[in-house]
Design a protein around this ligand. Structure first.
Ligand SMILES: *Cc1c(COP(=O)(O)O)cnc(C)c1O
Length: 831
């Protein structure tokens, strides 16, 4: 029967247990093994089934809690674990040792994946955001998370008997999952439907607060109350309302909460409206013009793009934008076309939908992709925003993703790493990680076997099957979103070959799949159905399973227990990928297409690269179904070859059945040694802090100080450059000698007519080095030329023989310009 009414009754504990309640509420428990052991000790079964400390305490019931409240042994134990939490909250950590202008970073993201008990994430983007918060806590970085609270979270996956995915939504009570209401805080945002109000919840992630806006409050009409119903649910307009709330409401919430971040990080385009809200404040509160406000705001903004797939970017049609942003445009006295221009992708016709990634980049002084390869692909993909700038100089950098080590590592591997690399292994450098070579075969193999057995037990429990999988068999894990470009069914394309691998009498293999398809993605759902259907074949089902409802808990079990972590995206469509990093910490070996993070981390010894079909490097050909088909065939065969000839034989190469596979474990050590220092999120967050946040804080100080003088003058200077740039002429270029020999110094002299500009507005640059077949300079050196007596001069000398060349260009120069390319203005010498 259905309840007439339901409500949350918060947990109350006796006073002496309040430290226990704090341990259950601060999400640091999710990476603190002592806190986890404490909870597991209270009810191992409930803990292993749900891993939710508050739920566990509620289930204990008042009587048990009363007894615990007077159990001195227990209270001492709680006191110890709580003292450690307290120390973490107060300690001087990495950031406290830095001299930095960074006051705090507001990190905006549509989803945060911290623990399976707080289901406010769909996949990789959210888990990355959660790991970012956790590592920020570990480094003492002053970061504030800003997101939405989705009452129904993301869908839970169920399978119909035919293997077709069904979506089910559970209603969540924010209080019951450990969020605290920010009393008295109500944020109001105007939209085309009138005012939208939201309350704010706070989650505590170690030292880091995460604020989540929630429109489900009295006073909102039903439509508005449902704005924060589901993550990525609803139609385009629903998504737009959510993004308005996240971006604009998030900025207002911070203000009401008294937070004053000097850096804003827009994690993917969804959060991009934070820039518009801050621009409105500069215009209304400080009297800046629109261009001046843009300079004032973007100086302290960092934008991260997460997808090389154009379809993955949010785009909103003009009618919708007009409906919801007319108020903004009126407030700011900005013509609507100018607002639309902020989100206009130059490759598209004038009335094209408003592109959130394009606005994100225009409103951030620093943008980045999430792996080196993704940086390259993004520079090509967004090159149109900076016309005339060579792709390598497009101002989009990259910081490769990482994972929060302590959230993902198995207990066995943790103690092994503690022993050999040191207690601080998640933050040690490459040199220190080389000590992993001292780990012996026996202990490494024991850790692997234990984790594999635990995963088998986990899968059996989940599926309610007692005899599926085998704890001694080479286990391949494949868990990720079932998007078609990830090609989960690549191995299924040659079913006979696959069956032979799985059913080998002496060297069997087993496959564990998990993953959700987007509710609207029928092609992805068909892939799940195909996997499920093969896995239910009578002869294969003990060697192949699909684990439903992929979440952080499933990811942890699979990454810890798999021997081989498989990744088969169509290169270059995987921006980074992170699950393989989680697996690497656990002594699994990666076998992946050279895409995302693996493209820069594979070194020939630390795992395997699945060969890609040639010409496989541009996004267009990856999406072409015809080309895609032959590529699939080629790459599937290459993968089978690898498995049959190298991977399976190596795993089963043992002196006798009781001894560990020495060759395999050599690779595991090579993997840990080469990846261990690089893949932790602490490396990633330190890179963000030093390469992006701190420079952004410095720029922000510069641009907002002295009543925005610098922002005003930069805006005026940019306007001048845009009008005057076309007047620049490179009149002559002379080289002495004209054809220098190896090592011979050559002076280049250039005269430039700057039209309406002054010499200090520009830099004239000499580019020189090796040239290719069609005279293009390959990775040239770039040197500023010096102006004397009306002539710009610089010297160089060919450093190698072969075809050499040089050219000259004029680029904008201003002390407050983060990169010369951002105006998209450049004049090249023409021969
Ligand atoms: C790590 C993780 C992901 C991201 O993995 P990819 O390798 O990027 O596909 C997605 N979902 C969950 C639950 C994860 O833990």
């Amino acid at each position: 029967m259905k309840a007439f009414s339901t409500f949350a009754v918060p947990l109350r504990v006796p006073d002496s247990l309040s430290p226990l309640l704090e341990l259950a509420t601060n999400l640091r428990w999710s990476w603190d093994d002592r806190a986890q052991d404490l909870f597991r000790g209270l009810d191992p079964e409930a803990w292993d089934a749900r891993r939710d400390p508050l739920d566990l305490l509620r289930r204990l019931g008042p009587d048990r809690l009363e007894r615990l409240a007077t159990d001195n042994g227990f209270l001492t134990h709680v006191g110890d674990v709580h003292a450690e939490l307290q120390r973490h909250l107060e300690a001087d950590l990495w950031f406290q040792g830095r001299k930095s202008e960074l006051h705090s970073v507001a990190y905006f993201s549509p989803e945060f994946g911290i623990a399976e008990s707080v289901p406010q994430y769909s996949g990789g983007l959210g888990v990355l955001a959660g790991d970012h918060l956790k590592s920020s806590s570990g480094l003492g970085l002053p970061l504030i998370g800003v997101g939405l609270f989705y009452k129904r979270g993301y869908f839970r996956q169920e399978l119909a008997v035919d293997g077709w995915q069904r979506e089910r939504y559970n209603e969540l009570d924010a209080d019951l999952i450990g969020l605290t209401r920010c009393e008295g805080v109500v944020v109001e945002v105007d939209t085309g439907d009138g005012p939208m109000r939201a309350q704010v919840w706070r989650a505590q992630v170690g030292r880091i607060p995460l604020f989540m806006l929630d429109t489900d409050i009295d006073g909102n009409d039903d439509a508005t109350r449902s704005v924060t119903d589901e993550l990525y649910g609803g139609d385009t307009e629903h998504r737009l309302r959510q993004e308005i709330l996240l971006g604009m409401g998030g900025v207002r919430a911070l203000e009401i909460l008294g937070e004053s971040p000097n850096v804003f990080h827009t994690n993917e385009g969804h959060a991009g409206f934070l820039g518009l809200e801050r621009i409105r404040r500069r215009i209304l509160d400080d009297g800046l013009s629109f261009p001046e406000a843009i300079e004032a705001v973007r100086a302290g903004t960092v934008f991260t793009t997460h997808t090389p797939v154009p379809a993955g970017i949010d785009r909103f049609p003009r009618e919708l934008m007009e409906r919801h942003f007319k108020g903004w445009a009126d407030d700011c006295n900005v013509p609507f076309d100018e607002l639309m221009a902020l989100g206009h992708n130059p490759g598209e016709p004038p009335g094209a939908p408003f592109n959130m990634a394009v606005m994100g980049m225009r409103l951030a002084a620093a943008s980045n992709g999430v792996s080196r390869l993704h940086g390259e692909v993004s520079r090509r993909m967004f090159a149109g925003l900076w016309p005339g700038i060579p792709a390598v100089e497009v101002p989009i950098g990259s910081i490769t993703n990482g994972v929060h080590a302590h959230s993902w590592v198995s207990p066995e591997m943790r103690s092994l790493l503690n022993r050999h690399v040191g207690a601080d292994w998640a933050r040690e450098d490459a040199d220190r990680w080389s000590r992993i070579d001292d780990a012996g075969d026996a202990e490494l193999w024991d850790a692997r076997n234990l984790a594999r057995s635990r995963m088998v037990a986990f899968v059996r429990r989940r599926l309610g099957l007692r005899d599926t999988l085998d704890p001694g068999v080479l286990t391949i894990g494949f868990a990720r979103r079932f998007a078609t470009y990830k090609r989960a069914t690549l191995l299924l394309s040659q079913p006979d070959r696959l069956a032979e691998l799985l059913l080998s009498a002496d060297r069997p293999v087993q496959l564990v799949f998990a993953g959700k398809a987007h509710p609207a993605d029928d092609a992805g759902k068909a892939m799940i159905r195909d996997v499920v259907s093969l896995a239910s074949r009578r002869d294969l089902r003990h060697r192949m399973v699909f684990v439903p409802d992929y979440d952080i808990g499933v990811a942890r079990a699979l990454c810890q227990g798999s021997d081989l972590w498989l990744n088969t995206p169509l290169r270059p469509m995987e921006a980074s990928g992170t699950s393989g990093m989680k697996a690497a910490f656990n002594g699994a070996l990666n076998c992946s297409v050279l895409d995302g993070w693996w493209a820069e981390c594979y070194d020939g010894r630390n795992g395997w690269a699945i060969p890609s079909a040639s010409g496989a490097d541009d996004v267009e050909s990856a999406g072409d179904p015809h080309n895609g088909h032959s590529r699939d065939e080629f790459e599937a065969s290459a993968l089978f070859d690898l498995l049959e000839r190298e991977i399976v034989p190596l795993f089963y190469d043992r002196r006798d059945s009781a001894s560990p596979p020495a060759g395999w474990l050599n690779r595991v050590r090579a993997s840990l040694r080469s990846l261990g220092w690089f893949v932790p999120a602490s490396r990633m967050v330190r890179d963000y802090a030093s390469e992006l946040y701190e420079p952004a804080a410095a720029r922000n100080g510069m641009m907002t100080g002295s009543d925005y003088d610098a922002a005003r003058s930069l805006a005026a200077w940019k306007a001048k450059l845009r009008t005057e740039w076309h007047g620049i002429r490179i009149d002559s270029v002379q080289s002495q000698p004209a054809t220098p020999q190896l090592g011979e110094t050559c002076t280049v002299a250039v005269s430039v007519n700057l039209g309406g500009l002054e010499p200090e507005d520009v830099t004239v640059e000499l580019l020189h080095g090796s040239a290719g077949d069609s005279s293009e300079l390959l990775a040239p050196a770039v040197e500023p030329m010096v102006l004397a007596d009306g002539v710009w001069r610089a010297s160089w000398a060919p450093e190698t023989s072969g075809r050499q060349g040089f050219t000259v260009r004029v680029v904008p120069s201003h002390p407050h310009l983060p990169s010369f390319g951002e105006l998209g203005l450049v004049t090249w010498a023409e021969s």
